[in-house]
Write a protein that binds this ligand. Structure first.
Ligand SMILES: Cc1cc2nc3c(=O)[nH]c(=O)nc-3n(C[C@H](O)[C@H](O)[C@H](O)COP(=O)(O)OP(=O)(O)OC[C@H]3O[C@@H](n4cnc5c(N)ncnc54)[C@H](O)[C@@H]3O)c2cc1C
Length: 644
């Protein structure tokens, strides 16, 4: 970019990223053309292109450089509609005419899109979509508005709820929004330069640094004077916006020049994406509200503020930075690399001035802050009116040229703007306050609900733990009882086994004892029998000379241990000799002792009444009987079987 470019386009990001463009020489001669266009902004360039491409000769006079005015400095939003709100238009002209006006404005959007496509201006088109966000919370109003645009005007729009808006734009500054998916944004300087090139391609001649100084609209050939040449033309189109005072002061008095500003940040990287996740153009609904979009991937272009002062504020960068951070505090610390201003023309009614002022004398002006689509629409419409007599421009006749009040009008406009801006600001503040209060209340409610839920969960957990403990204790008790029962059974089983074992031992012992007793009794009987034999033998020896007094005793019967004791044997008294008597006495004693030993009991002993060996001895009594028998036998000196 040359120094001249820098001077014309200002310190803008557009100038820093402009496509190469030739410098066009000024008009230094007189020239005759079909149409003379005053002003090479978007309005003038569109008229020129449309006429030129249909073979008309066109001369464009530009006081500065092509698109050095608002057309090369604006925010680049291309969307349907006008500066005036659609509701106010309906109020003024009625719905049917409002629909026609809207259709024209919509055609302006398509004109830009198709021109970019036709001319291959890749450097001009940027991104689709426009989001008109609301700074006050009114979902119903947004839905109504979107429905009205869709139904009455056939606009393709969507109503976005606050949540969706805040998902795309990470700020609590906004509520609902109307989304225009078919709108888009452009690099307006590159677009205007592309348009100029397209017009020139079809033969239009553009003279830069050539101000129109005066105009004589009378007659068939109108004359426009410039510093170094005159243009004579059948038609003159006034497209100089706020710069036409010298050409037609009364007309110039019908607009108010309004300044507005743009800035572009240094690259913000990921921070920008974290704050803004929408690639279209964003505009809030306040008068002179903020307008912004992402450019060059990670820079933020921010526009806003208006003033009737034409000069650029010296603190512009700081002002724009504050405006950004107010909405997106997360971007604090950003740096504004480019900042510039531009001047727009506003009519009192905020609608464009489009029409024929006098035969062959046309005006395309006062596009205000909505000039991209409307300049395209106006340029195309005036070209057709000139060429074909198309009189659609008459649709704008309700918006006649109204004196804007001159200096006083400007001062009034500033006051009106300030008070309106203050009102908007107040409404937005109240809405934000309400929103904050509502969100705080909601957060509080959520907190309470969370606490309640946490308490409920804790109580439930406690209950479950208690229940678990209770069940565990119950189970432990049940197991303990079972164990005790099992141990008792085990002990009983062991005791039964021990008892059984002991019973068997006792039986065995009893059997052993019975066997011993039987054996002893048998031995005693044997011994007794032998003693009796010996005694008898001794008796027989002593009484040998004398004939025996009695017949020889019969051998003793074996003793039946279980038989009833035998009745004492009746024997005749015998008197032994003294020595024999002593010996006899000792033998008697021994036999008695032997015989006193227990007798064998019954061979079969019932387990239930198992006598112990000692008991058997005591109980049996057989031994005592045997001893008695023996004693009786010995005492009587009679063999036990004598007398039988
Ligand atoms: C900062 C800013 C942001 C904007 N953002 C948007 C936006 O996002 N979307 C949107 O739709 N609109 C926007 N606008 C509005 C839009 O840019 C304008 O409405 C539109 O560009 C007006 O175009 P124009 O051709 O009528 O005027 P201009 O672009 O101002 O063109 C007028 C031209 O006439 C020339 N001229 C004046 N007097 C004479 C003379 N006597 N002799 C010769 N030449 C003369 C000037 O030098 C100038 O080049 C914005 C405006 C500004 C300033």
């Amino acid at each position: 970019m040359t120094e001249a470019d820098q001077g014309a386009y200002g310190p803008s990001w557009y100038a820093a990223t402009v496509v190469a463009t030739p410098e066009r020489p000024p008009l230094t001669f007189d020239i005759d053309v079909d149409v003379c266009v005053i002003g090479a902004g978007l309005a003038g360039l569109t008229v020129a292109r449309e006429l030129a491409r249909r073979g008309w000769s066109v001369a464009v006079l530009e006081a500065n450089r092509v698109a050095a005015g608002a057309s090369g400095r604006n925010g680049g939003f291309v969307a349907p509609g006008f500066s005036e709100r659609i509701g106010a238009i309906v109020d003024r002209v009625g719905l049917p005419r409002a629909k026609e006006l809207w259709a024209l404005a919509d055609a302006g959007v398509e004109y830009i899109r198709s021109t970019i496509a036709e001319t291959g201006m890749r450097e001009a088109l940027m991104h689709d979509g426009r989001l008109a966000v609301r700074s006050v919370d009114d979902a119903d109003a947004v839905i109504d508005h979107a429905a009205m645009l869709r139904v009455d005007f056939g606009a393709e729009v969507e109503a976005w709820p606050t949540e969706q808006v805040r998902e795309a734009l990470r700020t609590t500054y906004y509520f609902q929004a109307v989304h225009f998916p078919k709108a888009f944004h452009i690099h307006p300087l590159n677009y205007a330069l592309g348009l100029a090139a397209a017009a020139e391609k079809h033969g239009a001649r553009i003279f830069e640094n050539t101000a129109a100084l005066s105009l004589d609209p009378a007659g068939v050939r109108k004359r426009v004077a410039t510093p170094q040449g005159t243009v004579r033309a059948a038609h003159v189109v006034l497209a100089g916006s706020t710069g036409i005072g010298a050409v037609d002061a009364p007309i110039a008095e019908t607009v108010i020049p309004v300044s507005t500003y743009q800035g572009v940040t240094a690259p913000l990287g990921e921070k920008l994406f974290a704050a803004i996740r929408y690639n279209g153009a964003i505009a809030d609904d306040r008068r002179a509200g903020d307008t912004y979009r992402i450019v060059s991937d990670d820079r933020l272009m921010w526009g806003g503020r208006i003033s009737t002062r034409v000069s650029t504020p010296w603190r512009l960068k700081a002002m724009l930075r504050n405006d950004i951070v107010k909405v997106y505090p997360q971007l604090a610390g950003l740096e504004i690399e480019y900042a510039w201003g531009g001047v727009m023309a506003y009519a009192v009614h905020k609608m464009p001035q489009i029409g024929e002022l006098a035969p062959g004398y046309w005006i395309a002006s006062a596009f205000g802050g909505h000039g991209l689509n409307t300049t395209a629409m106006a340029g195309e419409m005036i070209a057709r009116a000139i060429m074909e007599g198309d009189d659609r421009w008459r649709l704008f006749s309700p918006y006649e040229l109204v004196w804007a009040g001159g200096r006083l009008g400007r001062a009034t406009a500033q006051l009106v703007f300030w008070s309106a801006a203050a009102r908007d600001g107040l409404h937005a503040k109240i809405a934000r306050y309400r929103d904050r209060a509502r969100r705080e209340a909601e957060e509080r409610q959520l907190r309470y609900a969370a606490e309640r839920e946490a308490n409920r969960i804790a109580a439930e957990q406690f209950r479950i733990e208690e229940e678990g403990r209770r069940i565990a204790e119950q189970e432990a008790r049940r197991l303990a009882v079972e164990e005790a029962r099992r141990q008792a059974l085990e002990r009983a089983r062991l005791a039964a086994e021990a008892a059984e074992r002991e019973k068997h031992e006792r039986i065995e012992a009893a059997q052993r004892a019975a066997a011993d007793a039987a054996r002893e009794a048998a031995d005693a009987a044997t011994m007794l029998a032998r003693q009796i034999e010996e005694y008898k033998a001794g008796q027989a020896g002593a009484a040998a000379p004398a004939p025996p007094a009695t017949s020889a005793p019969a051998a003793p019967e074996p003793v039946d241990p279980v038989a009833e004791p035998a009745a004492p044997v009746a024997a005749e008294p015998v008197t032994p000799p003294a020595a024999a008597l002593d010996h006899h006495h000792a033998a008697h004693e021994a036999a008695a002792a032997e015989i006193a030993a227990p007798l064998p009991t019954e061979a079969r002993i019932e387990p239930e009444d198992m006598p112990t060996p000692r008991k058997a001895r005591r109980k049996g009594g057989g031994g005592a009987k045997t001893a008695e028998n023996a004693a009786a036998v010995l005492g009587a000196g009679t063999p036990p079987d004598s007398g039988r």
